[in-house]
Design a protein around this ligand. Structure first.
Ligand SMILES: *Cc1c(COP(=O)(O)O)cnc(C)c1O
Length: 402
């Protein structure tokens, strides 16, 4: 039995061939594969527009910039997420208002959102939007969050990095944009990469400009007419920058990989669902000490398969459990340390009381979950967890050893 990481990519020969074909061609970076990847990504998510870029973080940053976020502004971010969700808000100079999450699901709820908005108001901040995170792949109740947002004059931007592949995620009926990552542990891999989907054509055009230095190349948009035109004809070398932008371009080489991977997205997602169903069945006897993060009726991307562990009843620390599992080829990870506890944010915003996030964080552990896992792999993980629940770690740490 080889080591099972908590997540990994699935790359086939046809993915490799798609990359090799681009490497033999004329365009390594921006070329025809960018448009093709964007069209395929929009089709796959049901959005009108997809803007692809070189990371999920860049996708979030572009989406936030397209809402004109800047110094003096604020945005609500659930604290139970990856650093990037909060960091992109700070990258614009705006303030992060951390929201608490449900203690069992780790998801932002309408109550958590309202509390965060109230806390922001008390601090004389008026959040422009909230960034719900579909943690682990389970969708937030977007309709409920959208109702709270609307009542407070806000919009939603989805951090959908965990839920690519769930039908209609990215179609954004309740949000202005959804952001995705194509890092290898996510639903599809382009090494590094990301995308924003939106139904707002103007926002898509702006994000494409911001993706490449804020550079404008369409003559109809030029402002510096004296530099741009000669005899009413645009100068062939001319380009123009009207606002600050970045280099968030994703290379054609990686777009080719993304196009090839997208073709398999539904299959990947179906395999993840099958693995989750098998885990659910095999782990059921271990409740309540070890139990899956409860998942309700809403669709699930199964980026992660996380369990909640009652470490106190188990009589073991999470560190010892992770080490014990690792020694049995079971890789695990903790998603996530509440972001408001990071020294950078603690220094900026002080010590916050977000008990739902603390309760989730103190119990969660992500088990191996990726499409190439076999049923036997899942059974191995379940067996090892059963041994753990029966006192495995304690026995190992006991004076008799094993
Ligand atoms: C992976 C991830 C990101 C960042 O994506 P990168 O491609 O690594 O930049 C942001 N938010 C969440 C929830 C993620 O899981």
């Amino acid at each position: 039995m080889s080591f099972l990481p908590y997540g990994r990519h699935s790359i086939d020969d046809d993915d490799i061939a798609a990359v090799a074909a681009v490497l033999r061609g004329d365009f390594l970076t921006t070329g025809p594969k960018v448009d093709e990847f964007e069209a395929a990504f929009a089709r796959a998510t049901g959005a009108e527009h997809a803007v692809v870029c070189n990371s999920g973080t860049a996708a979030l940053h572009l989406a936030v910039l397209a809402q004109d976020l800047g110094p003096g502004d604020a945005a609500v971010v659930p604290t139970e997420t990856f650093l990037a969700t909060a960091n992109v808000v700070r990258m614009t100079g705006a303030e992060v208002v951390f929201a608490d999450v449900d203690a069992d699901s780790g998801l932002l709820t309408s109550e958590g959102l309202q509390q965060a908005i109230d806390r922001a108001r008390a601090a004389k901040l008026k959040p422009k939007f909230a960034l719900p995170v579909h943690l682990g792949g389970q969708l937030c109740d977007m309709a409920a969050l959208a109702a709270v947002a609307k009542a407070n004059g806000m919009v939603l931007i989805e951090d959908a990095c965990h839920s690519l592949g769930v039908p209609d995620v990215g179609a954004t009926p309740h949000s202005v944009a959804a952001c995705f990552s194509t890092h290898p542990v996510k639903a599809i891999a382009t090494a590094e990469g990301g995308a924003v989907t939106t139904n707002d054509a103007a926002a898509a055009a702006r994000m494409r400009r911001l993706r490449s230095h804020g550079m404008v190349r369409d003559a109809a948009d030029f402002q510096n007419r004296d530099l741009a035109f000669q005899s009413n004809e645009p100068n062939p070398w001319y380009y123009e920058m009207q606002e600050i932008g970045w280099n968030y371009r994703i290379p054609d080489v990686l777009c080719a990989l993304g196009i090839s991977q997208l073709k398999k997205l539904e299959g990947f997602w179906r395999r993840r669902m099958a693995i989750a169903a098998l885990y659910d069945r095999l782990l059921a006897p271990l409740a309540p000490v070890i139990r899956p993060v409860p998942h309700g009726a809403r669709p699930h991307g199964w980026h992660l398969y996380a369990v909640l562990i009652d470490f106190k009843t188990l009589g073991a620390t999470r560190k010892s459990v992770m080490e014990w599992l690792r020694a049995r080829n079971v890789g695990t990870q903790v998603h996530y340390i509440p972001v408001h506890r990071q020294p950078y944010y603690r220094e900026r915003y002080g010590v916050l009381d977000l008990p739902g996030a603390d309760a989730y964080y103190s119990r969660c552990l992500s088990l191996p979950m990726f499409p190439l896992m076999s049923d036997a792999d899942v059974a191995h993980v379940a067996d090892v967890l059963a041994e753990l629940a029966a006192g495995g770690v304690g026995q190992k740490q006991g004076s008799t050893g094993r």
